[in-house]
Design a protein around this ligand. Structure first.
Ligand code: AQP
Length: 335
């Protein structure tokens, strides 16, 4: 059976990168697979979090998923810390994964930066928890943005090492699904860094709760170059900011980047940016307004998370019990 698992951190406002790289695909996939979508609060605390903000962000992110079109009757939506099997399996995977494997993870290097000695052990072990998230449900497919590809490869390595240890094809080797036009949306201020919630500048990203004026201002101020748009994508090879805006347009308008260039070749950003504003506002305004409605009905959002946690737990618990038996742990977990 095919089953999808994917997660998103409640670490602030969701942005266009999260939407185009992940959530938009999740909405489509929920009809093709049994889907489990998780607000990964255990991942969030790998860096310091304010408890009040973490709680609010968890509700906001859930509201965004609902607003984007994820149907809680179809897909399971819950927050990670409610289902204790994630943390339990993560510990087991900490004992399966090798230090050398984790040492290669580029996200840790980027996030720890120069202050590596002061990074939390949790930030280093983040990919083992991500492997546990996926494999606690024996998920077969994982829709993610390109930045998560390396972590997915590690998940496959961990699954393979565990299978070898118990001498059985216990876990599937989950397949990454890197889908859509915009698998890596870049910052609006710098075409060489990824659009990210934790970027200091709010002008680097379009948040899913930005209003039309804010979206317009951010796109108008986006870094570009003085040249007109070329006829083919090869012409954008050394123009990362221009390429990013063309890709965003294509992903929002559900067409190819080439079709965008066919329409705008020879035109400058004075023409292209207002057109991009129009398509961004048209596509995002319904999500933003639905999100506001969900935020006005937080008891509904909480009930979605409650029900999702029960459904997720019902899948993960027996899988975890099988794992416990294979490892020789005595008795049932109380979680
Ligand atoms: N810029 C992006 N382009 C395409 N996809 C992206 N994703 C994130 N940024 C982009 C995808 O969104 C999903 C959820 O990501 P996440 O919130 O769990 O963590 P992240 O990748 O660390 O996102 P941020 O915004 O960079 O968060 P911070 O700043 O808190 O670390 C994933 O599928 C991811 O690929």
């Amino acid at each position: 059976m095919n089953r999808i698992f994917s997660g998103i951190q409640p670490t602030g406002n969701l942005h266009l990168g999260n939407y185009l790289g992940a959530i938009k695909n999740w909405v489509e996939l929920q009809h093709q697979f049994e889907s489990i979508y998780c607000v990964v609060d255990l991942h969030a605390i790998t860096v310091p979090q304010d408890p009040v903000l973490l709680r609010t962000s968890t509700i906001e992110v859930t509201a965004s998923l609902l607003a984007a079109g994820i149907d809680p009757k179809q897909a399971i939506i819950f927050n990670q810390s409610r289902v204790p099997q994630h943390a339990e399996l993560a510990w087991i995977f900490n004992c399966v994964a090798r230090l050398g494997w984790l040492n290669r993870m580029t996200q840790f290097k980027e996030k720890a930066g120069k202050n590596r000695e002061n990074a939390s052990v949790g930030l280093f072990a983040y990919p083992a928890l991500m492997a546990a998230d996926i494999l606690a449900y024996k998920a077969t497919h994982v829709p993610v943005g390109e930045d998560q590809k390396q972590h997915l490869e590690l998940t496959r390595d961990i699954a393979g090492a565990f299978n070898a240890m118990v001498d059985e094809e216990f876990f599937p080797l989950p397949e990454p699904q890197i889908l859509g036009q915009a698998t890596r949306v870049m910052s609006l201020r710098d075409g060489s860094s990824k659009m990210s919630k934790s970027d200091q500048s709010d002008y680097s990203r379009i948040n899913l709760n930005d209003d039309a004026d804010t979206i317009s201002q951010k796109i108008r101020k986006a870094k570009t170059d003085p040249d007109p748009l070329p006829e083919t994508m090869e012409g954008l090879n050394d123009r990362p900011e221009a390429r990013n805006l063309v890709t965003i347009y294509a992903a929002l308008a559900d067409c190819s980047s080439q079709e965008v260039l066919t329409e705008f070749a020879g035109k400058g950003f004075g023409v292209f940016k207002p057109a991009l504003v129009d398509v961004a506002v048209e596509k995002l305004a319904p999500v933003t307004s639905a999100m506001r409605q969900y935020m006005d009905d937080q008891s509904y959002v909480l009930s979605v998370l409650d029900e999702g946690a029960e459904r997720a737990h019902a899948i993960a618990r027996p899988i975890m019990q099988d794992i416990r038996e294979r490892l020789g742990f005595l008795g049932h977990s109380l979680g």
